[in-house]
Write a new protein. Structure first.
Length: 88
């Protein structure tokens, strides 16, 4: 878990450097690739934070998490069934 956040931080920093080098060199492709890496690093950090939050919630309030997962499953099932054609 912590490795993922660290990797995300490193990927974000590397993307930022790549974007800056691309900007200085006038290479638009390198700028875009650097920005993509930077955003990928931020997303990886957010995913690591969400995972840590979910693990904390599971250990402190397992029934609340179970109820939330059940509710989400019910909503997804209701949305799925409302889009199906029931005429036979």
């Amino acid at each position: 878990m912590e490795t993922t956040k660290t990797e995300g931080t490193l990927r974000e920093a590397a993307g930022n450097v790549k974007e800056t080098i691309g900007s200085l060199a006038g290479d638009v492709g390198m700028q875009i690739e650097g920005k993509a890496n930077e955003l990928q690093g931020k997303a990886q950090q957010l995913c690591a934070d969400a995972t840590a939050l979910a693990r904390d919630a599971m250990s402190t309030r397992p029934l609340a998490v179970l109820a939330g997962a059940t509710a989400i499953g019910f909503v997804i099932g209701a949305l799925w069934s409302s889009g199906r054609d029931t005429s036979d």
